[in-house]
Design a protein. Structure first.
Length: 272
């Protein structure tokens, strides 16, 4: 079932968004005072969040490089891609093969504006404005159809975005993961991770805080067992489902997540 919700194209600088808060944590400039203030409040309870954001970005880069270099993936569909930063998916993939195609999906109008400006000279990459739960609309979008051949393997990315989706039997993370997996040919991959905590107080605080700060554009912080359920029926690549800074680090001295009030947890699954 699709949401069918019409997305706003207006940017409201007074209401924080997850995309702009993430941009602030990564040292970007595409954020507003409301986003920075929300980050400051969040840091009072979960002070490891900036490190977590940086490590998550590095995980995404390693995953894309691995899938392109070791598994021959040349098509990427990135849900909830966020604001452009350094070493985006298309840049990592196209270093392996310049012919790689990437479609970015986001519901934040600011992402659409900045993304299209950045990518307007690259015919192999597109940004579309859509709710990540609207699978049919995304897969049938003209830009997706132009760039992605679903008769061939594709990597579908849900990197640090599932926590923005509320629980629902039809549009929650589990239903979304299964709906997308059903559309992919064997040899395709799904990359999924989200914020988790085994501390119920942290889960409750962050979920309530982000829901209020973003005016309802939030799901919840979940547990590791919730994420593991999304991968049922997939062949999970080594090292399995892990805190993402430990997923195939570039070296033994690569930055790791040292505090664990909450973590990014997930991995990569292959369609059988």
């Amino acid at each position: 079932m699709e949401t069918g919700k019409k997305l706003s194209t207006q940017i409201d600088a007074s209401v924080p968004t997850a995309a702009r808060m993430y941009d602030h944590y990564l040292g970007g400039r595409d954020n507003y005072a409301a986003d920075r203030a929300a980050c400051e409040e969040l840091d009072k309870v979960v002070p490891s969040t900036r490190r977590l954001a940086v490590n998550n970005r590095r995980f995404l880069q390693r995953v894309v490089r691995t899938l392109a270099a070791e598994h021959g993936i040349r098509q990427f569909l990135d849900h909830g891609s966020g604001l452009p930063t350094q070493d985006n998916v298309h840049q990592v993939a196209q270093r392996i093969d310049p012919a790689s195609h990437v479609v970015y999906v986001d519901n934040d109008p600011m992402v659409l504006v900045h993304g299209r400006a950045l990518l307007e000279q690259d015919e192999r990459t597109a940004v579309i404005h859509a709710d990540m739960r609207e699978t049919e609309a995304i897969f049938s979008h003209p830009e997706t159809e132009r760039l992605i051949d679903f008769s061939r393997p594709v990597a579908v990315l849900f990197n640090s975005v599932m926590h923005c989706i509320p629980d629902s039997e039809t549009d929650g993370p589990l239903a979304l993961a299964r709906r997308v997996a059903e559309r992919l040919v064997p040899g395709s991959y799904m990359v999924m991770c989200q914020l988790v905590s085994e501390d119920p107080e942290v889960r409750e605080f962050v979920t309530n805080f982000m829901d209020q700060a973003t005016q309802g554009h939030w799901g919840r912080v979940r547990e590791e067992k919730d994420v593991a359920e999304w991968f049922e029926g997939l062949d999970v690549l080594e090292p399995g489902l892990v805190e993402v800074s430990t997923w195939r680090p570039d070296s033994e001295v690569a930055p790791r997540q040292l505090t664990h009030e909450w973590i990014e947890f997930g991995g990569v699954g292959r369609i059988r």
